[in-house]
Design a protein around this ligand. Structure first.
Ligand code: PLP
Length: 359
């Protein structure tokens, strides 16, 4: 299996910890271990008492229960804990896809969502969300994209990099299509809980469709990327077993302190998500005021922590900002976009200072 370089992660490897103003991060502002433990009385003592042996491959039972608490239908044994959300993307595509299978992927996107399937030997077809359509997917395009070989449909909502949310009728139409064709629905929901308008909060795919996999992580909505805790939730117990067996060749099990801290976080998920949403909303307001006078346009995101802006010669402009001002936006081509587009991250407390540096 030969994977192409992960463009965005190579870009971050160069710039994330070197630039003065990181303006493209998709993970929301983090916190200290002490601040997280303060949410749960007695948890600091538990952390100090935590033994550091191997942990359970499926994940700590308390953590699996906390993950199940994020869904309406899924039970703890229908969850599987991984190291971040990246690992389960790799595991799922390897376990489910065979060379020659078809996979239809929501684009633009986070690269691994199409790259791993391609490297496994599957035929990947892009399902394009168009800017003219508010970056929304059109379910009427699905019959043309899917053949009898298609096995998996991949969607991401709230979406990276556009901040679009697949809501109501569109989401129902996608589920209906997958059910009629017997397709796996791999639903990347790592920004779930960051819908800007909580009224339109999406159902999780795993709660409404028996062949759906919902992907989650502590990294984005909860601002705890350094825990490296992610998961999948699915009603399909056989799939959980196959993924757990594949994980034996990856990380085997998670870090014990990471799982303990993730359990504390998910017990208080509403408060952590509200903190991130508030920050994203405030930064979006700042960016709206900033954008037009600087020749920047964008479709207003309705969820997630990022937006996909464009400006004539956007990539060149971003390169200049990086070199002259230490301001870092992520070029659109890293998500399959064109050279005018760039990703803006809205989840950090340093956002206003970055805009000032550009001014
Ligand atoms: C859409 C999407 N899926 C998955 C991931 C991977 O998340 P994690 O950092 O938890 O591995 C990311 C990270 O940026 C993402 O944007």
């Amino acid at each position: 299996m030969k994977l192409h370089d992960f463009g965005l992660e190579r870009f971050f490897a160069r710039h994330e910890f070197a630039v003065k103003h990181l303006m493209c991060a998709s993970d929301c502002e983090s916190m200290t271990t002490e601040a997280l433990l303060a949410f749960e009385p007695g948890s600091a003592e538990l952390l100090l008492e935590q033994t550091l042996g191997y942990t359970e491959t499926l994940g700590n039972p308390a953590l699996r229960a906390a993950i199940a608490g994020l869904y309406t239908r899924v039970k703890p044994d229908q969850t599987l804990v991984f190291s971040g959300a990246q690992e389960p993307i790799f595991a799922f595509m390897n376990v489910v896809l065979e060379p020659g299978d078809g996979v239809v992927v929501h684009v633009p996107c986070y690269q691994s969502l199409h790259e791993v399937g391609r490297a496994v030997g599957a035929e990947v077809k892009p399902w394009v969300a168009r800017e003219a359509n508010g970056w929304q997917l059109d379910p009427d395009e699905l019959p043309k994209l899917c053949t009898e070989k298609t096995k998996v449909l991949v969607i991401n909502s709230p979406h990276n990099p556009t901040g679009a949310v697949v809501t109501g009728d569109r989401f129902d139409a996608i589920v209906k299509f997958c059910r009629a064709r017997g397709l796996w629905l791999f639903s990347d929901e790592v920004y779930r809980g960051l819908e800007h308008d909580q009224v339109v909060k999406n159902a999780a795919a795993c709660d409404v469709y028996e062949k759906a996999v919902s992907l989650g992580t502590t990294a984005k909505t909860y601002g705890l990327a350094g825990l490296r805790v992610g998961w999948i939730a699915t009603q399909d117990l056989a799939l959980i077993g196959r993924l757990a067996a594949f994980k034996d060749y990856l990380t085997i099990c998670n870090s014990a302190p990471g799982e303990l801290l993730a359990t504390v976080a998910l017990k208080h998920h509403e408060k952590l998500a509200a903190r991130s949403r508030e920050l994203v909303r405030a930064n979006l307001t700042l960016f709206e005021a900033f954008a037009r006078p600087h020749g920047i346009n964008f479709v207003r995101p309705t969820g997630g922590s990022v937006l996909f802006a464009h400006r004539k010669g956007g990539e060149r402009w971003c390169e200049e900002l990086l070199h002259l001002r230490g301001v870092c936006f992520a070029p659109g081509r890293l998500f399959g976009g064109d050279p005018d587009h760039f990703r803006v991250g809205l989840g950090r407390t340093t956002f206003a200072a970055g805009l000032d540096a550009i001014r």
